[in-house]
Design a protein around this ligand. Structure first.
Ligand SMILES: *[C@@H]1O[C@H](CO)[C@@H](O)[C@H](O)[C@H]1NC(C)=O
Length: 354
């Protein structure tokens, strides 16, 4: 068959159309790649959902934890819908990298009320042993009777843990921060006695600590301390740092500042607590070392309670203050090496001074 001029033109047209189509597709694909938002998902997405009304995968937080993978290397998100969950939640060692994602502080609430029994892990509302744990937008409360012992809302013994937008509520020993490193950002902590305690390395950033009234009638004149840090050797890295925090009386408690609340009660010979760039309210003792000494613990010179760039009536005397250079070792980037592990949690933080 002779190849006519007409057929040649037709063939050429087909080829040109084909090439043009391919080019257009490639161009669109390139454009889409270039124009795609640079930061697609800046959070941990939930894999399962807890809802007390039965609309989720589980009705209790504990059941969701039981169903979560073990030794996970990636984050496993558990959404917890609004509601009050009356549970004692345990995150055991083998449940690594769980992320609890609530509906907001005071909106998703986990609550329990059995006060201290030995061991403590039996009675905390949330007990964390699994490394890499993250919690956001949740209230953890313990409503037990403080006259029989500690009322621990969260006992955190794990490494690389981050809490963001969380509320911790109790009276005595509300938050146990042991294990390290730990980060608590934009959170609220309510308590009256030894509010934050433990052997950990923890930074509390841009958070509020509300000191409640003495924990039971007849104790109004008993001095109280905000922290009970238990660093026991000069070489260990532990300590608590409060940066950009507000420490004040709980709203509506009308406390006069007498007896004053002390910043720390030494839980070990090398206890270390630093308050920087924070507001220290009028109920705190603005004189002396900032330590509350009881009969069992004498004023050791190895204790470290320092302040840097604070403000407010509870700010301590010059002897408590440290230089910018000394304070720089207590930032998130330095003290808990946050830049190495916090980005994986997607929790907001500031690495250096605020
Ligand atoms: C403690 O919590 C349990 C379970 O939610 C509840 O049934 C009980 O009434 C509570 N007890 C007190 C004293 O609040």
């Amino acid at each position: 068959m002779p190849y006519t001029r007409r057929e040649k033109i037709l063939d050429a047209c087909i080829v040109i159309t084909f090439v043009a189509t391919v080019c257009t597709v490639i161009l669109f694909a390139l454009l889409l790649t270039v124009l795609r938002p640079r930061c697609p998902v800046q959070k941990i997405l939930p894999s399962i959902t807890v809802a007390s009304d039965g609309s989720g995968d589980f009705t209790t937080v504990s059941a969701a934890v039981a169903a979560a993978p073990q030794q996970s290397r990636k984050y496993f998100g558990i959404a917890i819908k609004p509601g009050v969950y009356y549970e004692e939640v345990r995150v055991p060692k083998e449940k690594t990298r769980l992320a609890f994602i609530g509906g907001g502080m005071g909106i998703t609430v986990i609550s329990s009320n059995r006060s201290w029994a030995n061991p403590l892990e039996d009675t905390a509302t949330l007990d964390v042993k699994g490394n890499g744990f993250v919690a956001m937008d949740i209230t953890f409360e313990h409503t037990g009777d403080p006259t029989t012992g500690y009322t621990v809302a969260v006992a955190n013994d794990a490494e690389d843990t981050a809490f963001h937008h969380c509320t911790f509520k109790g009276i005595k020993g509300v938050l146990k921060a042991s294990g390290f490193p730990q980060f608590y950002g934009k959170s609220n902590i309510y308590g009256a006695v030894d509010v934050i305690w433990g052997t950990g390395s923890a930074i509390f950033q841009s958070s509020a600590v509300y000191v409640d009234k003495p924990y039971f009638p007849g104790q109004e004149q008993v001095p109280r301390a905000l922290t009970f840090q238990q660093r026991s050797s000069p070489s260990s890295k532990e300590g608590f740092v409060f940066q950009g925090c507000s420490i004040d009386a709980a709203p509506g408690t009308h406390q006069s500042g007498s007896p004053p609340v002390f910043l720390g009660r030494p839980g070990g010979a090398y206890s270390r607590v630093v308050f920087m760039q924070s507001y220290l309210g009028g109920l705190l003792s603005p004189t002396g070392t900032g330590w509350l000494f009881d009969s069992s613990l004498s004023p050791a010179t190895t204790l470290y309670l320092k302040e840097y760039n604070n403000r407010g009536p509870g700010e301590g005397p010059v002897e408590r203050r440290i230089t910018t250079g000394e304070a720089a070792q207590f930032t998130v980037g330095s003290f808990i090496e946050g830049d190495k592990w916090l980005p994986k949690t997607y929790v907001e933080y500031t690495s250096g001074f605020l």
